[in-house]
Design a protein around this ligand. Structure first.
Ligand code: F6R
Length: 258
């Protein structure tokens, strides 16, 4: 696990975007796993800037998103498909047919989840997985109590996540209570993981994920077992880390080698 601590979320987003841009340049057919939520938005802006400046092309890149609300069509302005179109895909030269988001209206969610995993496997697996982290330490919609071996499936959101996400809906009662989500086990198969965490609201979750025990109570802690996981944090999100000075010192060298 490498912890990159930056003064601002903008700087952290720029560094994380540089890592992705470099990977796409190296392998134009790279397979990306993507996240929604407020955290990756500044990084997606940086990625779009690099495309606009013709530094990189996403024409052959394929993407799979982590999760989707159950019961929302992709046209709903709070669906994760809609989010991805409006925050990234509409601003890069990717083929929409190469972008995949779970279908929140699938007739049979088990078949939908199994087919999604099979598609990723056929593509050779996820090369780089982008993640945010919930204030309770969740990754994707793997809430506390999710098995660390879990696969893509239907999940129930916790009242806390519903509360956190209510800011995007007119009222809390409009937030779907279920979602389809890649599992912790599915995420752990990605070759590289980039987790972004910003703001003091994430400080406890980051500390639990990085320095706590590996536990289903904080599903991001499973990343301690990943061989190439990078946390890009701003100072607030890193504020509860006991070893933050060491991580900052160590990350400089690791970033140069990455
Ligand atoms: C989104 C996702 C979630 C978010 C997390 C943080 O696809 O899987 O795990 O990353 O809830 O959300 P924000 O970034 O809005 O704080």
């Amino acid at each position: 696990m490498e912890i990159v601590i930056c003064k601002t979320k903008e700087e952290a987003s720029r560094k994380a975007a540089e890592m992705i841009t470099a990977a796409v340049k190296k392998n134009p057919k790279v397979v990306l796993g993507l996240a929604t939520g407020s955290t990756p938005v500044p990084m997606y802006k940086e990625m779009a800037k690099a495309v606009k400046a013709k530094k990189v092309s996403y024409k052959q890149v394929r993407t799979w998103n982590l999760d989707e609300y159950w019961g929302l069509p992709g046209t709903h302005d709070q669906s994760y498909r809609y989010f991805m179109d409006k925050n990234l895909f509409d601003f890069i030269d990717i083929k929409k047919s190469n972008t995949h988001v779970l279908n929140g209206l699938a007739k049979d969610w088990r078949k939908e989840c199994a087919a999604y995993e099979a598609q990723i496997k056929k593509a050779g697996g996820i090369d780089i997985q982008v993640l945010g982290i919930g204030s309770d330490g969740h990754i994707a919609f793997n809430e506390p109590g999710s098995s660390l071996a879990s696969r893509t499936r239907m999940v129930s959101l916790t009242p806390q996540t519903i509360k956190d996400n209510a800011r995007f809906f007119k009222k809390a009662a409009d937030v779907p209570q279920h979602a389809l989500s890649m599992g912790v086990g599915s995420i752990m198969e990605a070759k590289k993981v980039i987790l972004l965490a910003f703001g003091k609201n994430k400080a406890a979750a980051v500390a639990a994920a990085v320095e706590g025990g590996i536990s289903q109570y904080c599903t991001a802690s499973a990343l301690q077992m990943h061989q190439d996981a990078w946390f890009f944090c701003d100072e607030e999100a890193a504020s509860k880390l006991k070893l933050k000075k060491y991580y900052a010192w160590r990350a400089e060298g690791e970033l140069a080698r990455a």
